[in-house]
Design a protein around this ligand. Structure first.
Ligand code: NAD
Length: 320
């Protein structure tokens, strides 16, 4: 990474901001492209002014030009939380399709490697458990979640076509639920919602009967996995996630206990097409990248709760 120049699309978002930070620590120069649809300059304000960092307001679905050398493109631009992509359905489809086309065009023009941030949502409501990369998924193409799931499936197809027919050096990371400090308390994802509710003493709203499972990965582990993939010559797709699976009820209770809260748990309607189970098989990542997650959920949740506690008490809070 040292001496290389990296473009991070969606770099002012949750995952993107950690990638920018870590790349700079590793001695790379970073160009962060973002239109601030769901991210914020605040996520990277600690990097602004560093000679190795440039923040450029740019909508990936429009014209994209980065002057000079580019060695690596990390394509992370896309709304990711269900509340965000349901609020921005067309924008989500456009960034997954046209935005990915432009990111691949940039990588082709610069002879750079590109890593696509794909998602476990390409597996839909899975009929195979745990999910291996060989599983094709079970996605409703016209359900509400399709704007995200199908955009990412198209992005994988486009990336594969650029790899196979144009010889572009690409890789696909299928990222599973990642959490950590810097998530927006109101972004609608389960972990920030549960933590906010627990800390404010509000009822913790679990959807359905709470028996559906998720496998949650701490942000530092996901970033390590993505960078291991970027530094390899593996095209993937490869799962990046933590196989520690738990039901949503267990997750809510764990967060409540760690936050020292006495919030009651309230069950609310389950969203349409919400997957019943989710757990990555990470053997391919271990074998090809030598990567495996290291932070257990209790440690990661404790760190995240500590951050939210400060954030919710801050006059500059993004808790909106
Ligand atoms: P995020 O919403 O915090 O970040 C996404 C960023 O992309 C934001 O800064 C947003 O402003 C930017 N963006 C959106 N449309 C854009 C456009 N047209 N042009 C330029 N920038 C645009 O979400 P995140 O959780 O950091 O997710 C980042 C990426 O990782 C996404 O591609 C997401 O699909 C993928 N991913 C995330 C998770 C997770 O658990 N966080 C899991 C699987 C995949």
């Amino acid at each position: 990474m040292k001496g290389s120049r990296v473009v991070v699309t969606g770099g002012a978002g949750f995952l993107g901001s950690y990638l920018c930070e870590r790349l700079i620590e590793k001695g790379a120069a970073v160009v962060c492209l973002d239109n601030f649809l769901t991210g914020s300059p605040r996520n990277v304000e600690h990097l602004i002014g560093r000679p190795a960092f440039r923040l450029v307001e740019c909508d990936l679905t429009g014209f994209v030009h980065v002057p000079g050398q580019v060695d690596l493109v990390l394509h992370f631009a896309s709304a990711a939380s269900p509340a965000d992509y349901l609020r921005h359905p067309i924008e989500t489809l456009k960034v997954g399709s046209m935005g990915t086309l432009h990111a691949l065009g940039l990588a082709a023009e610069k002879s750079a490697r590109l890593v696509l941030a794909s998602t476990s949502e390409v597996y839909g409501d899975p009929l195979e458990h745990p999910q291996k990369e060989t599983y094709w998924g079970n996605v409703n193409p016209v359900g509400p979640r399709s704007v995200y799931d199908e955009a990412k499936r198209f992005a994988e197809a486009l990336t594969t076509a650029y790899h196979d027919s144009r010889g572009v050096d690409t890789a696909i990371a299928r990222i599973f639920n990642t959490y950590g400090p810097r998530m927006r308390p109101h972004d609608g994802r389960a972990i920030p919602t549960f933590i906010r509710q627990a800390l404010l003493g509000e009822p913790i709203t679990v959807t359905g009967d709470g028996s559906q499972t998720r496998s949650i990965c701490y942000v530092d582990d996901t970033v390590d996995g993505v960078l291991a993939l970027a530094e390899s010559d593996f095209a993937g797709p490869v799962n990046i996630g933590n196989p520690a699976e738990m039901s949503m009820s267990d997750l809510a209770e764990t967060i409540r206990d760690l936050a020292g809260s006495s919030s009651p748990v309230r069950f609310i309607d389950r969203p349409v097409d919400d997957p019943a189970v989710r757990r990555p098989d990470t053997s391919l990542a271990e074998e090809r990248l030598g990567w495996r997650p290291r932070v257990d959920p209790v440690t990661g949740l404790r760190r995240t709760i500590d951050w939210f506690e400060k954030e919710l008490n801050s006059p500059y809070s993004v808790a909106s």
